[in-house]
Design a protein around this ligand. Structure first.
Ligand code: GMT
Length: 377
């Protein structure tokens, strides 16, 4: 098939998933066209069957807000005409699903099939904003097929957008070979020169991630266990969490790494991953950590229970209860045998339930089904 992937190119989970999907589809013989405003960061080097088309947005002075969605629709149209696309797969509803629809309308409704994958904040946060709500709802209704990355997100979409439409749940996935916990490139001695335990968190440092909670957890953990915290990412809450680290006297033990493109090299060399978010439709970062044999301590919110089993391969605790999260961390850090069991079970779950080669065929079957519906129609 000839498939366009419309996604954000940044370090967020939706862009990561979309890129990994496109690359895997290309390896399976499909022709894949990424369309975005810059090359997705996980699209590394030359890949067979992969094309990248950049969307230019005119900065004409009249535009206070350059209309990216129109430029994107135009680019989708151009690529469709040139390559005879079969499927446009929009990742994240805004504006991708709507731009895909607009592109198809410009082809008198005759263009490729539109598949939209909902990732989380496009429904639970941004999409709920009154200025986007009706557009998101329209984009969902006009798509030929809609998927959500968790049962939780599918349910919330139906409820909050008052929609009666099939939303297929296709869980996020991980390349368990690349995210294998191989510690070859790991610099544990660099981060923990005195044998400290290592906690880690990676995200876009937005309020929903509760970054300061990771610092508070570290402060509690350090009352019992010598530990340090690696923070990979960039975003608005970086400064506030630094201030918390100073206030709690742990700033010498918090290492800000900035955005990291090869996160797999870090995830395998830490002891625990922290995800104390207030909202998480799936938690791809948690799955990537688990695939690297690193157990996760997370909030019991959103789709995280579909990924982490409490007391089996990680811990799910009340959002904001940093003391309970720290205590769970300490109990694991102090019990090497239990830690080894958690590590093994986390890896086993990633491999048996969320491996790329198990999940990607579900998207292929969905594409085929929507194409078949088109032929029948
Ligand atoms: O978490 C973010 O803020 C990034 C966001 C995105 O759209 O890039 O992530 C969402 O999509 C990921 C991939 O499907 C999910 O794993 C994340 O749970 C989800 N984030 C939220 O729901 C907050």
């Amino acid at each position: 098939m000839k498939i366009a992937i419309i996604c954000y190119p940044t370090h967020g989970g939706s862009g990561v998933l979309a890129t990994e999907l496109g690359v895997c589809l290309a390896q399976r013989g499909h022709q894949v066209h990424f369309i975005s405003y810059s090359a997705p960061f996980r699209l590394r080097g030359f890949q067979q069957n992969v094309f990248y088309h950049e969307v230019d947005v005119s900065a004409y002075p009249l535009f206070k807000f350059p209309p990216y969605d129109l430029s994107l629709a135009t680019k989708i149209l151009e690529v469709t005409k040139e390559y005879q696309l079969d499927v446009i797969h929009a990742h994240y509803a805004i504006p991708h699903a709507i731009s895909a629809y607009l592109a198809r309308q410009m082809m008198s409704g005759q263009g490729p099939r539109i598949v939209t994958t909902l990732h989380g904040t496009d429904i639970t946060l941004v999409g709920k904003d009154a200025s986007f709500y009706e557009a998101v709802r329209f984009g969902i209704l006009q798509s030929d097929a809609v998927t959500a990355v968790s049962h939780y997100l599918a349910q919330r979409t139906l409820e909050e957008f008052h929609i009666r439409k099939e939303i297929q749940v296709i869980h996020n996935f991980v390349d368990t070979e690349r995210f294998s916990g191989c510690t070859q490139n790991c610099r544990r001695d660099f981060f923990a020169p005195n044998g400290e335990k290592l906690l880690m968190h990676t995200s876009n440092f937005r309020p929903v991630k509760r970054l300061s909670d990771t610092v508070k957890i570290l402060a509690h953990v350090r009352q019992q266990v010598d530990a340090r915290l690696l923070l990979a990412g960039e975003g608005p809450d970086r400064q506030e969490s630094h201030e918390w680290a100073v206030k709690l006297g742990v700033h010498d033990h918090v290492i800000f790494l900035g955005t990291q493109d090869y996160i797999e090299n870090l995830l395998g060399c830490v002891d625990l991953f922290l995800l104390p978010s207030s909202e998480e439709s799936f938690g791809l970062a948690a799955l990537e950590a688990m695939s690297c044999r690193t157990p996760v301590i997370a909030s019991n919110v959103g789709g995280l229970p579909e990924v982490i089993s409490h007391g089996v391969d990680g811990y799910l605790l009340a959002m904001g209860d940093v003391e309970a999260m720290a205590q769970a961390a300490v109990s694991l850090l102090r019990d090497p045998q239990r830690m080894a069991e958690f590590r093994n079970r986390a890896r086993e779950k990633a491999v048996t339930q969320f491996d790329m080669h198990r999940i990607v065929p579900q998207y292929e079957r969905l594409y085929e089904r929507t194409l078949h519906q088109k032929t029948e129609a």
